[in-house]
Design a protein around this ligand. Structure first.
Ligand code: PYC
Length: 332
């Protein structure tokens, strides 16, 4: 049996975005969070088929547009990625909103503004367009907060390090320069990937964060290596590890949100201040601490992230069950 998925492929700040515009399954659930659970239970083969090899690769990421479940939202998004269905994805949102607007799949009630329902909550979008191109997307994200500080672990080949855990739509183990970690260029991508897997495993063994308002969001999924900026007009640089082998080519929207909450908690960033974040490849998002808030009983912030995306083409993909690799595979 052949399943056909019509996709708009592209990238946000260099990281892939595959908007699955045709072929989305009907999902059960009274919210995007419940639909995410339903998708994972019944349709995860679509995610692995579209994200893993041979139709995808280690960094593949994207999602589906759905009618929202709440009357105040314009659209709902379900994210797919090599590691699972994320509660929120910043670079994915910027890409899917851009491609959806440019191709008439999203019809805003108010031009220039959107409310988007994602599994982690409802986010506000402000976008700019010139003729038929969307040139900038700003996400006012779900609230971000620091879940734990000072988790001490021993990493074979790197030595002892201390990490903090912060939430920005996903939970991040944040590694700041310290000890044998002098900066991103000192390690390089292959070592960052190798150490990240170990760090995530050790942090998971030591601490399991659970979102105070949605217990389906739990556990450290990503590792954010923080560093000084390369450019004079940037404020920081990062490398975000996700899945099993991926370094985000963008500055990572939820990672930047978590980092903003982290810096705010350290007293290094105030409400109203912006933070230009460089990615591993030098692309940028502009982050901002919009306001102070609470996440359940935790002190947090409302972060925003701004960036842009480029569509690279249409891609009609078949998942044919007679193909031995119909569900996709990963080389570990
Ligand atoms: O931009 O939030 C993000 C993201 C998560 C994983 C990869 N990118």
């Amino acid at each position: 049996m052949r399943h056909t998925f019509f996709c708009i492929d592209g990238h946000t700040a260099g990281n892939p975005v595959r908007l699955v515009a045709g072929g989305a399954p009907l999902l059960k659930g009274a919210s995007m969070s419940e639909r995410r659970q339903d998708f994972l239970a019944r349709f995860d083969w679509i995610r692995t088929g579209l994200c893993f090899e041979p139709r995808g690769h280690d960094m593949m990421s994207g999602g589906f547009l759905y009618p929202p479940t709440t009357s105040d939202a314009d659209v709902g998004i379900l994210f797919i990625e090599t590691s699972g269905c994320l509660p929120m994805c910043g670079h994915g949102t910027i890409g899917m909103v851009t491609f959806g607007l440019e191709h008439g799949l999203i019809q805003p009630a108010t031009p220039g503004r959107l409310k988007v329902e994602v599994p982690a909550g409802t986010i506000d979008i402000a976008y700019e367009a010139e003729r038929d191109r969307v040139t900038a997307v700003k996400i006012t994200n779900v609230p971000a907060y620091v879940a734990a500080t000072g988790i001490a672990i021993e990493v074979e080949g790197l030595g002892p390090i201390t990490v903090d855990v912060a939430y920005g739509g996903n939970y991040y183990a944040i590694v700041e320069p310290q000890g044998a970690y002098a900066g991103l260029d000192d390690l390089g991508a292959a070592a960052l990937v190798g150490f990240s897997g170990i760090i995530r495993e050790k942090v998971r063994a030591a601490f399991e964060p659970v979102h105070p308002l949605d217990p389906t969001i739990r556990g450290v999924s990503h590792v954010l290596w923080a560093d000084r900026p390369r450019a004079d007009d940037a404020d920081g640089r990062n490398a975000v590890f996700y899945g099993d082998k991926a370094i985000d080519r963008s500055p990572c929207g939820t990672g930047t949100s978590a980092r903003l909450a982290h810096l705010a908690a350290q007293g290094k960033l105030n409400v109203g201040e912006r933070f230009v974040h460089e990615s591993y490849i030098g692309s940028r998002f502009t982050g901002r601490v919009e306001s102070a808030t609470r996440v359940g009983d935790k002190v947090g912030i409302v972060p925003s992230i701004e960036g842009s995306a480029v569509a690279t083409g249409f891609n009609t993909i078949w998942i044919d069950r007679s193909d031995r690799f119909w569900e996709g595979f990963q080389v570990k």
